[in-house]
Ligand binder design. Structure first.
Ligand code: AMP
Length: 291
C-alpha cells in the first residue's frame, strides 16, 4: 500500500493506475477506521482494481462547538487497518493540500437539507459536499463507496454527482452494526459504559418502528411515535429528531411505504449519534432488536 499526502501526487498516482487500465475505487473517510469503513474497502475492491482510502478530518463540515478538535485520530492504526484490508493507496492530505486557500465557491445542497440533520447542523453538508467534490477531483475515482449509515450524506453525494456530471458511480453500502444493533461509528469511542447502554435504544427504536411497518402499520405518525416511545423510555438520551422520509427527496411522508427511511439523531451525553432503517423487506428487515 502506498501512502500519499500531496494533492498532485495523489492525482498522478491515480492517473498512472488508470493508464495501466485499472479502474479506481475510492472510500473517503475521516479515519479512526472500524469494520464499517473496512467493508466499504471490500466493496470497492469488488467493484474496481485499485482502491484508494482517504483519511481526512474535514474542518469545513464541523460547526462551531462541534467535535473537530476532539474527533478521534490514529493514523498508525488506520494505516495498518487499510493495508491489512487490501487498500492500494492511503491518502491522508494535510489541511493545506485540500484547502490551499479558503474556498469562495461552494455547492448548495438545496432542499435536501431541509430535514433530518440539515436544520441541526447548519453548514455541515455544504462542508461535506465541498470536500467530497475536492477529493473526487484529486482521486478521479471510477467508483466511490459510501455508507448508508450516513444516509442523508449518501443521497446528497449521489445527487451532486448526477447534477454536476461528475464521472463517478456512487455505491451505497449497508450499515455495519455491533452485535447489539448499535451502528459502528468512530464517535462510539466517546461513550462511557452507561452511555453505551443508553445508545442501544437507537437500534431498538428503529427495529420497533420497522416491526410496526411489517405488521401492517401505514400511518407515518404512528411509526414515528413507535420509535419515539422507545427512545423516550431510555435514560440519558436526548432526541434531536425522528423522521420518516422518502429515500430520494428526504421529505417527510404521511403514508409509510417500502424503501422509505426512518432516521434518528440523538445525543447521549456530549456524543451525537445518527442511525436509520429502510422500511420493507430489504436488507434492513433483519435489524436486530438490542437485548
Ligand atoms: P466517516 O469516517 O464517519 O466520515 O465515514 C466514512 C464513510 O464510512 C462514510 O461513507 C460513512 O457512511 C461510512 N460509515 C461509517 N460508519 C459506517 C457503518 N457503521 N456502516 C457502514 N458504513 C459506515
Amino acid at each position: 500500500m502506498i501512502e500519499l499526502s500531496g494533492a498532485r501526487e495523489m492525482l498522478a498516482w491515480s492517473r498512472a493506475r488508470r493508464g495501466e487500465g485499472r479502474r479506481i475505487g475510492f472510500v473517503p473517510t475521516m479515519g479512526y477506521l472500524h469494520e464499517g469503513h473496512l467493508r466499504l474497502i471490500d466493496r470497492a475492491r469488488e467493484e474496481t482494481d485499485a482502491v484508494v482510502v482517504s483519511v481526512f478530518v474535514n474542518p469545513a463540515q464541523f460547526g462551531p462547538g462541534e467535535d473537530f478538535e476532539r474527533y478521534p485520530r490514529d493514523l498508525a492504526r488506520d494505516r495498518a487497518a487499510a493495508r491489512d484490508r487490501g487498500a492500494d493507496c492511503l491518502f491522508h492530505p494535510a489541511p493545506d493540500a485540500v484547502y490551499p486557500r479558503p474556498a469562495v465557491i461552494g455547492i448548495a445542497p438545496g432542499p435536501l437539507t431541509d430535514h433530518l440533520c440539515g436544520p441541526w447542523r447548519p453548514g455541515h453538508f455544504e462542508g461535506v459536499l465541498l470536500v467530497v467534490a475536492k477529493l473526487f477531483h484529486l482521486v478521479e475515482p471510477d467508483v466511490a463507496v459510501v455508507g448508508r449509515k450516513d444516509a442523508q450524506q449518501a443521497v446528497l453525494i449521489r445527487r451532486m454527482v448526477e447534477d454536476l456530471h461528475f464521472p463517478v458511480r456512487i455505491v451505497v453500502a449497508p450499515t455495519v452494526r455491533e452485535p447489539d444493533g448499535l451502528a459502528l461509528s468512530s464517535r462510539n469511542v466517546y461513550l462511557s459504559s452507561e452511555e453505551r447502554i443508553s445508545a442501544r435504544a437507537i437500534p431498538r427504536a428503529l427495529a420497533a418502528a420497522h416491526a410496526a411497518y411489517v405488521s401492517g402499520e401505514r400511518a407515518a405518525v404512528r411509526i414515528v411515535e413507535t420509535a419515539r416511545t422507545v427512545l423516550d423510555a431510555a435514560d440519558g438520551l436526548d432526541v434531536e429528531y425522528v423522521e420518516l422520509v422518502d429515500a430520494e427527496g428526504l421529505a417527510p411522508v404521511v403514508t409509510a411505504e417500502s424503501d422509505q427511511m426512518l432516521a434518528v439523531a440523538a445525543r447521549v451525553g456530549l456524543t451525537r449519534l445518527i442511525d436509520n432503517v429502510l422500511l420493507g423487506p430489504g436488507p434492513d428487515g433483519d435489524i436486530r432488536l438490542a437485548s
